[in-house]
Structure formats: C-alpha cells, structure tokens
Design a protein around this ligand. Structure first.
Ligand code: NOJ
Ligand code: CA
Length: 554
C-alpha cells in the first residue's frame, strides 16, 4: 500500500500539519512597524514575503493578547483581543490574509492553565468573597495558621518563589508560574466553556491551529490536606494521578476541544506543550481524539552527539507511529538558549539543556564559547533534522544562525525568572532580542526607534541584509533546505543505513538521504548526488560536524 505524502504547501488537506515547517514568531521581537521599539502585527504583515521566501508552511505566533508582560505575554488579560501595543483585531485580519495569500498557515498560542491577574475574572475573584462563584474560576484555598496567615502549602512556583499568594482575607491563590499568572480551576464549567468560545473566536477568524501552553497542567486534584513540596516531588508522574501534572482527566478537556476543532474544514490543528515523563505519556496529547500533536523536546535537550540523536529519532518515530500522530522536532524556542550557542559550549553531563546557564550567569564569559563550532554544529544538526519525517518547528532568528545574547544589563532584563531566581537563573531574554534585518541603522532594521531589548553589535553581521545573496550563509542554507524539502517530501518513514558510530545516515523514500558526521574527523561520503551541505564538502569526504543531503537512484 502506498502511504499518502503529507506536508509541503501543496498539502491543503486535513493532514497539512503532519510534515509542516512551522516558524515561531515571538511578536514583540520580530518587526516593529510603528517605531515604538516593540514588534507588532503590522510588522509581521510587512515580512510575509520574507517568510514565503524562507519557505515555511506555517507561522506559530506566541501570545499577542493584551498583557502587562509579566511573563512575555503568557499572562493574558483578554483571550479574544490584540494588545493595543501590537495592533488591533483589524491588523490581525490583515496579517492572517497576508500570510494565507502566501500559502502560509497561522497557529496561535493559547494559554489555558492561567490567565493574568488583570483578567476580568481574576479582578472579580478578588472583589468577591470566599466561596463565591467568582473565586471558583481560580484555585483558592484557605491559608494555614490561626488567621490564614500561612500558605496552604510550601510549594515553589516554576519561576522561583512561592506558588501561593495571599489575597488579604485569609485565602491564597495558586500560581504555578508568576504571581501575575493565577491558575484557572478547570473543574469549573464556565472556564471550560469560555475556552471553547475562544477557540471558536480565533478559528472563525481563520486561524489554522493552536499551540497549547503547559497543556499538561490544566487538570488538578487538590485534596483538603495538601502535601508538602517534597511529598509532591516524590509522587509518581507515570500513573496519571499526580496532583498537578499530566493527570489522566486532562484529556477530557482536549476531547471537548477536538470536537470544536472538527467543526471546521479543514479541522483546526493543535500542538501540545507537554513536558511529560515518561515520554510515552505524550501519545495521549498527540492522539487524534485529543490535540493531535505534541512537542517532543528531546533534541532540544540533547548534546550534539550521534548516539543521542539516533536514540531520540528512533524513539520518537516509534511513539508517533503508536499515537497515529507525526512527531515534532525542535532545537530552539523562546524559552531556551539558542542552539547555535548551546552547541558552542562544553557539554554539561546529564543536563545538556542547562548547559548555557552558568555561561549566561557569567554574562557570557565562562565557560569559553566556541561560537564558530556552535554555528557549524547547529547547521549540521538542523540539516539532519529537516530531513526527518514529521514537523519541524523553527524559532525566529535561527535561520540567521543567531546566538544567545548573554550580556543584557540587569536594568534591561524583562523575564520573571531573572527577578525571581537571583543568582541562579538569568532567564530567557537572551533568545528574545529583536532580530536584525539590516547590517546597520536603528535597531538593525527592526524598527525606527530602538528595540525593547538591547541588540549587540555583532547582530549586524548576521542580519538578513548581510546574508542575502551569500550562498554560504545560514539563511541560504535554510532557504535551500526548505525548498528542497518541499520537493523531496515523502512518506513518514525512515531507514537507517549502516554507518560508523559518529555518523548518522538516514534514508527516506524516493532517494532522499541525509548523512550527518558528528565526529571530529572526516567520514566517508556515501554514493549519491550531493544536493545540499551544511558546510564545505570537497574531495569525496564528509568533513567533521557536517551534514549532506544526497539524492540516490536506489
Ligand atoms: C511555557 C511558555 O513557553 C513560557 O514562555 C511561559 O513562561 C510558560 N509556559 C508559562 O505560561
Ligand atoms: Ca511597534
């Protein structure tokens, strides 16, 4: 039986997402059309041509909703509006049309675990008494101690600091993230219904899908006697009964969402951000009765290492096949240190994702960064990833080979992790610096009047303008790879060809092969026409830390 070929812009069918290249835009840092230093929706519209030339199938837009930006927009005041600093609903309509006219789909971020503390419902909850329907939309508990002056539990939030905050009448509310992000109570029918309204609101406006923030946290079970932080940490996460994370009944919520998605033609799609363990628990989020797809962050967490990559690729393709979904590949996003930098730092034992933490804390001084090696490895890893079955999620600026900005002065920092974890974590601002469009000029072409996070001088050399027309540039590599990928796209299967321990050789149907040399020395270059390479290839050998795409007739 021949399997259908999915993916590519030609695929206008219900399966368009299965092998799509999705480009994440962090809207405040992409393009600033009105010169106030903050990226906006008209800025995105003005760059639709750039996105089409890059060759992406879809854009995933991080939150653009009204927000005080206590957490970069993941603190939403109103789920059915646009932040006036970013534009209006009319600007949104213009943007989506510009993208659709270029054949690019739009996925928006939805943040259902928590609203902001400025959300109308949270204001009502604060104004209403204990036990009121208004408070029931969030997670309130009486404090301990005689007058409720002690927190209901000693839990720590994800950004550091306590997860419970008092409201002055003996009650406390839960926020797994920042103080400004009160958690919703998903047992409340109004909350459930309101999110369905929001999904329809954006779907009716033409949105093609949703990226679901902290998808594994919505369902919670808080007994009268709350466990301590230590007891909570010791609870088994594999059984679907942990009090906070990845509870089985979270999938009832997504079954409701699926019914809404399926009201549309083609059905709206969704991808879950679900950091669950063991990894097989991802399958439920990715099931066709649920969200349909889930992020696999395994490559993002791995070192540049052939053995690690091989294991991750094999495991995730098996898991995807089990769930009926396609897998997702991610190296960079707005939450992690950019992979061109990560790969230029020494490995950090079993915590590769944290490898940049000490370096960031030192302002980029230590350990020594080998930026050239980082970029070489990032290009090789990306070219391998783009040859794999499944969807590729790219983060704005990675197509320029941008590195993390380490030396942002304290007074310019915005991320709550910086303020809540002094001396431990500098936060995520370094991957959110506005991207450079031109070699010089104000904010390197980002806008006419500065950038909301300072850009380093070296950004100019990596700008779109600096790379345009240079066939050896990282931008050209991404453009060539995405164009070829569309041409070569094929069934969602992969075979491994025999190779040395430092080399991965993958084969796709139709003669599309990728060979990645992770080693420090050259490797033999297999037979075939070299279509594309992540670095110079000469003399019949595959140089160290280089990937090639081959076409074979076999
Ligand atoms: C995950 C988002 O990607 C991150 O940026 C945010 O801080 C948390 N969820 C909380 O919403
Ligand atoms: Ca602006």
């Amino acid at each position: 039986m021949t399997e259908p070929i999915t993916g590519g812009r030609a695929a206008a069918d219900a399966d368009w997402w299965r092998q799509a290249v999705v480009y994440q835009i962090y809207p405040r840092s992409f393009a600033d059309a009105n010169g106030d230093g903050i990226g906006d929706l008209p800025g995105i519209t003005s760059r639709a041509g750039y996105l089409a030339d890059l060759g992406v199938d879809a854009v995933w837009l991080s939150p653009f909703y009204p927000s005080a930006l206590a957490d970069g927009g993941y603190d939403v005041d109103d789920y059915r509006d646009v932040d006036p600093r970013l534009g209006s609903l009319d600007d949104f309509d213009v943007m989506i049309k510009a993208l659709h006219d270029k054949g690019i789909k739009l996925i928006v971020d939805i943040v259902p675990n928590h609203s902001s503390n400025r959300h109308e419902w949270f204001r009502q909850a604060l104004a209403a008494p204990k036990g009121s329907p208004e408070r029931d939309r969030y997670v309130f508990r009486d404090g301990l101690g005689e007058r409720g002056e002690l927190p209901p539990a000693d839990w720590t939030s994800m950004f550091g600091g306590p997860a419970w905050t008092p409201v002055g009448d003996g009650q406390w509310y839960l926020h797994l993230f920042a103080i400004e992000q009160p958690d919703f109570n998903w047992r409340n029918e109004e909350v459930r219904a309101d999110f369905l309204t929001t999904l329809r609101f954006w779907s009716d406006r033409g949105v093609d899908g949703f990226r679901v923030d902290v998808a594994h946290a919505l369902a919670k079970h808080l007994p009268d006697d709350l466990p301590s932080e230590t007891e909570l940490a010791a609870m088994d996460k594999a059984t679907g009964t942990h009090l906070l994370w990845d509870r089985d009944e979270v999938h009832d919520i997504y079954a409701d969402w699926r019914r809404v998605f399926d009201e549309y033609d083609p059905p709206r799609i969704a991808v879950a951000e679900a950091w669950v363990n063991p990894p097989w628990r991802r399958a439920r989020y990715a099931s066709a009765e649920g969200l349909g797809q889930a992020f696999n962050f395994d490559l993002l967490e791995a070192d540049f290492d052939a053995g690690a990559f091989r294991r991750i690729i094999t495991d995730n393709l098996e898991q995807a096949a089990d769930s009926g979904s396609s897998t997702t590949w991610v190296f960079s996003n707005h939450d992690v240190i950019r992979h061109a930098t990560r790969y230029g730092l020494p490995p950090n034992g079993d915590q590769p994702r944290r490898s940049g933490r000490a370096w960031l804390l030192s302002g980029g001084a230590e350990p020594a960064l080998d930026a050239a090696a980082g970029l070489r490895r990032a290009r090789a890893a990306t070219l391998l990833m783009l040859a794999l079955p499944g969807s590729a999620y790219l983060y704005q600026g990675e197509e320029l080979g941008l590195g993390e900005v380490a030396d942002i002065p304290a007074q310019d920092r915005q991320d709550p992790t910086f303020f809540r974890s002094p001396g431990v974590d500098v936060g995520r601002d370094g991957c959110r610096v506005p991207i450079p469009w031109t070699t010089g000029g104000d904010s390197f072409g980002f806008g006419d009047d500065g950038a909301h996070l300072p850009q380093p001088e070296w950004f100019g050399g990596l700008s779109v303008e600096a790379q345009e027309g240079d066939p050896a540039s990282t931008l050209a590599l991404y453009r060539d790879a995405l164009a070829l990928r569309r041409e070569l796209q094929t069934t969602e299967a992969l075979d491994w060809a025999p190779s040395g321990p430092e080399v991965l050789h993958v084969k796709r149907a139709g003669g599309w092969e990728a060979v990645a040399n992770f080693g420090a020395g050259p490797a033999p270059l297999p037979e075939g026409e070299v279509l594309l390479a992540s670095g110079p290839v000469e003399g019949g050998e595959l140089p160290p830390e280089t990937t090639v795409w081959l076409r074979t007739t076999a």
